[in-house]
Write a protein that binds this ligand. Structure first.
Ligand SMILES: *[C@@H]1O[C@H](CO)[C@@H](O)[C@H](O)[C@H]1NC(C)=O
Ligand SMILES: *[C@@H]1O[C@H](CO)[C@@H](O)[C@H](O)[C@H]1NC(C)=O
Ligand SMILES: *[C@@H]1O[C@H](CO)[C@@H](O)[C@H](O)[C@H]1NC(C)=O
Ligand SMILES: *[C@@H]1O[C@H](CO)[C@@H](O)[C@H](O)[C@H]1NC(C)=O
Ligand SMILES: *[C@@H]1O[C@H](CO)[C@@H](O)[C@H](O)[C@H]1NC(C)=O
Ligand SMILES: *[C@@H]1O[C@H](CO)[C@@H](O)[C@H](O)[C@H]1NC(C)=O
Ligand SMILES: *[C@@H]1O[C@H](CO)[C@@H](O)[C@H](O)[C@H]1NC(C)=O
Ligand SMILES: *[C@@H]1O[C@H](CO)[C@@H](O)[C@H](O)[C@H]1NC(C)=O
Length: 328
C-alpha cells in the first residue's frame, strides 16, 4: 500500500512538473533582446562628442571585388589608463575594434561598436523631475569608417594582423554587421554572475565593444576565415556578483502603477546616487561610490532589455577584470 501511494504521488508530481515544465521557468543568461528596428533617439539625449563623425551617415560599407584579399586586424587601446594615470592604477579598461585593409583598393577601414552618449549614460540613467521612470540614454551602435590610425592603436595598445579574408567574405560580413546594428540597439556595461569560479552561472551578459568584436570574429569564422594571434587576447569585463536575480518589470509596470510606488521610489533613490557625469574622473568616482553603496545594501537594480531586475548582491560585489577570451 505504502509503495503504491508513493508511486501514485510520484506519478502525480511527474504530471505537475510536465504541466508546468519547470525547466522553462527562466533561462540563464537572460537573452539580450533583439529589436525589429532601431528607434530614433530621444532629443533629451545630447551627445557631448558626435557619434561616428567620419563614418557614412547611413552606415554604408563599400562593396569590394570578389578577388580582393582583405587583411583583418585586432585593435585595442586603453580608454582611461593614460589619461588619468595613477587614478586607475593597473586597471585595464580597454576599447576594442577591428581593422580591415584591402590589397586591391589600397585603403583600410576601422569598425567598432560603442555608446552614442558615452559610458556613463549607458551605465546610469537620468532622473528627470517631469518623468517618473529613470531615463536612459543607452543606445550603442556600430561605426565603420575609412582609415586605421596606426599610432592610436599600436603605441599603448595592440595592432596585430590576425588573418586574411576574401572579398566575398568581407561583403557577407558587411551585410551581417548592418543587420546586427539594426537589431542590437542598446549598450550594457555589466556582466552579472553568481561567483568568480569558472563554472559560475552567468545571469546577464554585457553588450559592449568587446562583445561586438567577439561576435564579429565568430561570424568571420562561420564564413570560413582562419584567425590567429601570437599574443594572449585579453578583454575588459565589468562584473557584478549576485544570487539569483528577481524579475521586477518594465517602466510602465513599475512606474505607472500606484501599487508599486515603494519599489518605484526605491529604484529612483538607488539611481540618484549614480547620476551620469560628464567626465571620466566623475564616472570613476561614481563607480567607487556604487561599490560602497552596493556593499552596504547588498542590492542592485539592473536595467536589462528595458526591464528592471533585483540583484541580491554578494562578495566580491563589483570587479573589473582583464581576462583572456581566445579567438574562435
Ligand atoms: C520544457 O522547456 C524546455 C525549455 O524551453 C524545452 O526544451 C523542453 O522541451 C520542455 N519540456 C517539455 C516536456 O515540454
Ligand atoms: C549624457 O546624456 C546627457 C543627457 O542627454 C547629455 O547632456 C550628456 O552630454 C551626455 N554625456 C555625454 C558624455 O555624451
Ligand atoms: C549603426 O547605426 C547607427 C545609428 O543608427 C548609425 O549611425 C551607423 O552608421 C550604423 N552603422 C552601420 C555599420 O550600419
Ligand atoms: C592604413 O592606411 C594608412 C593610410 O594609407 C596607413 O598609414 C596605415 O599604415 C594603414 N594601416 C594598416 C594597419 O594597414
Ligand atoms: C601612450 O602612452 C604615453 C605615455 O603614457 C602617452 O604619452 C601617449 O600619449 C600615449 N599614446 C597614445 C596614442 O595614446
Ligand atoms: C564547480 O561547482 C561545484 C559545485 O557546484 C564546486 O564544488 C566546484 O568547486 C566548482 N569548480 C570550480 C572550478 O570552481
Ligand atoms: C510592460 O510590461 C507589461 C506586462 O507587465 C506589458 O503588458 C507591456 O506590453 C510592457 N510594455 C512594453 C513597452 O514592453
Ligand atoms: C590575460 O588573461 C589571463 C587569463 O585570463 C591572465 O592570466 C593574464 O594575467 C592576463 N594578462 C594581463 C596583461 O592582464
Amino acid at each position: 500500500m505504502t509503495f503504491n501511494l508513493a508511486l501514485f504521488f510520484s506519478l502525480l508530481l511527474g504530471c505537475f512538473c510536465a504541466q508546468f515544465n519547470w525547466s522553462e521557468q527562466q533561462k540563464w543568461p537572460v537573452p539580450y533582446k533583439r529589436f525589429d528596428y532601431r528607434p530614433d533617439v530621444d532629443s533629451y539625449c545630447q551627445a557631448l562628442f558626435p557619434f561616428c563623425p567620419t563614418g557614412d551617415p547611413d552606415g554604408r560599407i563599400p562593396y569590394v571585388r570578389e578577388s580582393d584579399v582583405i587583411s583583418v586586424y585586432r585593435l585595442q587601446t586603453p580608454v582611461w589608463e593614460f589619461k588619468y594615470g595613477d587614478l586607475l592604477g593597473k586597471v585595464h579598461i580597454m576599447h576594442d575594434a577591428i581593422g580591415f585593409s584591402s590589397s586591391e583598393m589600397g585603403t583600410n577601414f576601422t569598425m567598432e561598436w560603442y555608446e552614442l552618449f558615452q559610458l556613463g549614460n549607458c551605465t546610469f540613467p537620468h532622473l528627470r523631475p517631469t518623468v517618473n521612470a529613470p531615463f536612459w540614454c543607452n543606445q550603442g551602435a556600430a561605426c565603420f569608417f575609412e582609415g586605421i590610425d596606426d599610432s592610436h592603436w599600436s603605441q599603448n595598445g595592440t595592432l596585430e594582423k590576425i588573418g586574411e579574408i576574401s572579398g566575398n567574405q568581407f561583403n557577407d560580413l558587411a551585410q551581417w554587421v548592418q543587420e546586427d546594428n539594426r537589431t542590437g540597439i542598446y549598450y550594457e556595461t555589466w556582466t552579472v554572475r553568481s561567483d568568480s569560479s569558472s563554472n559560475a552561472t552567468v545571469w546577464f551578459e554585457s553588450y559592449d565593444c568587446s562583445q561586438f568584436v567577439h561576435r564579429t570574429y565568430k561570424k568571420l569564422t562561420e564564413l570560413g576565415a582562419k584567425l590567429s594571434s601570437r599574443t594572449q587576447t585579453n578583454y575588459t569585463k565589468i562584473y557584478l556578483y549576485s544570487g539569483e536575480p528577481k524579475y521586477l518589470g518594465n517602466d510602465s509596470a513599475i512606474f505607472g502603477q500606484p501599487a508599486l510606488k515603494n519599489l518605484a521610489m526605491d529604484i529612483r533613490k538607488f539611481y540618484y546616487m549614480f547620476r551620469p557625469h560628464q567626465s571620466f574622473v566623475d564616472i570613476i568616482l561614481s563607480l567607487l561610490e556604487a561599490y560602497e553603496k552596493v556593499v552596504l545594501s547588498k542590492s542592485f537594480y539592473l536595467y536589462y532589455n528595458f526591464e528592471y531586475w533585483y540583484l541580491p548582491m554578494k562578495y566580491p560585489y563589483i570587479q573589473i577584470t582583464y581576462e583572456e577570451v581566445p579567438l574562435p
